[in-house]
Design a protein around this ligand. Structure first.
Ligand code: IPE
Ligand code: IPE
Ligand code: MG
Ligand code: MG
Ligand code: MG
Length: 293
């Protein structure tokens, strides 16, 4: 089965689980409606899919991993609602629809993002996620670190500071790892935390997730410049218009694609033991490159 088919099959299952969780906790307020709007609006659910793939390798329990995946997607949805705000990327569209601040208003979008962020920690801290409080604290601590001043938010801050400035490859890669890699790192390694795997194993899957996120963001920038609104559901050509510092801008399309190929091959070579044991790891990395075809 192709990775795309696997993603779509998983998405159907995940969407139901996530929506049930939201419905069981939210009410009929405008805030709740905006939270649902910003999170149940047709995302690809790549991160939950990756949690699922990692859970298979780690042999994590299904409801446990689906709860962790829901927390992650809740965070991801918050980050996109805020990313689209006029003071950030100022994007009127997301997933083919009006972005949350356009559908509701700016204040509601900020608050819906805040509440989705908080909802993630509510999910993780519940006994249903893991009956051992140590595991729960470990996940919560790690997610908090992945998101804050040394993680996603730090990356978003650099992304804005780097607009219309000349930056080198190293700086841009660091910004990508923070804004996008951090959540992918958490996504791929969290099932190994749920199952209390040895530190070494967790460390490798953290590196794998971070690397996946880096390639994912490089490809997202390529998609921004080369695909249509119909295909991506967000305003195309936006990065260039806004003067975003991207690897694509620095290197050009051809070089950035071969950069991804080279980096992927090097990463596989360096970690060959893990790749030999789990063939899916390679397929998942290569899937990123098929997104620009
Ligand atoms: C978009 O993420 C933001 C990035 C980190 C590049 P996705 O491409 O996963 O967005 P959705 O959830 O499928 O809309
Ligand atoms: C978004 O990066 C990263 C986060 C939301 C953390 P982008 O700004 O490139 O994402 P899109 O292109 O708007 O989806
Ligand atoms: Mg952005
Ligand atoms: Mg954006
Ligand atoms: Mg983008």
């Amino acid at each position: 089965m192709s990775i795309n088919t696997l993603i779509n099959n998983h998405k159907t299952q995940f969407d139901k689980f996530f929506f049930d969780l939201l419905k069981a906790n939210l009410n009929s307020s405008i805030l709740s409606k905006a939270m649902i709007y910003g999170s149940m609006n047709g995302g690809k659910r790549i991160r939950p899919f990756l949690v699922g793939q990692a859970a298979k390798i780690a042999k994590a329990k299904k409801t446990q991993y689906l709860r962790v995946a829901s927390a992650i997607e809740s965070i991801h949805s918050y980050s996109l609602i805020h990313d689209d705000l006029p003071s950030m990327d100022n994007d009127d569209f997301r997933r083919g629809k009006l972005s949350t601040h356009k559908k509701f208003d700016e204040a509601t979008a900020i608050l819906a993002g805040d509440a989705l962020h908080d909802f993630a920690f509510q999910i993780l801290s519940s006994r249903l996620t893991h009956n051992n409080p140590e595991r729960r604290i470990q996940l919560i601590n790690y997610l908090a670190k992945s998101l804050g001043h040394l993680g996603l938010v730090a990356g978003q801050s650099l992304d804005l500071l780097y607009e219309n400035k000349r930056n080198n490859i190293k700086k841009i890669i660091n910004m990508y790892k923070l804004k996008t890699g951090s959540l992918f790192e958490f996504s791929f390694s969290s099932p190994f935390i749920l199952t209390n795997h040895p530190k070494e194993i967790i460390k490798f899957y953290r590196r794998y997730g971070l690397f996946f996120g880096l390639i994912f963001q490089i490809i997202d920038d390529l998609i921004d410049e080369t695909k249509s609104f119909k295909l991506i559901g967000k305003t195309p050509g936006k990065d260039k218009k806004q003067g975003k510092s991207t690897l694509l801008d620095l290197m050009g399309k051809k070089n950035v694609i071969s950069f991804c190929h080279d980096e992927i091959n090097q990463f596989i070579k360096k970690n060959n033991n893990y790749f030999k044991k789990n063939l899916i790891l390679k397929e998942l990395l290569k899937f990123n490159l098929t997104r620009i075809k």
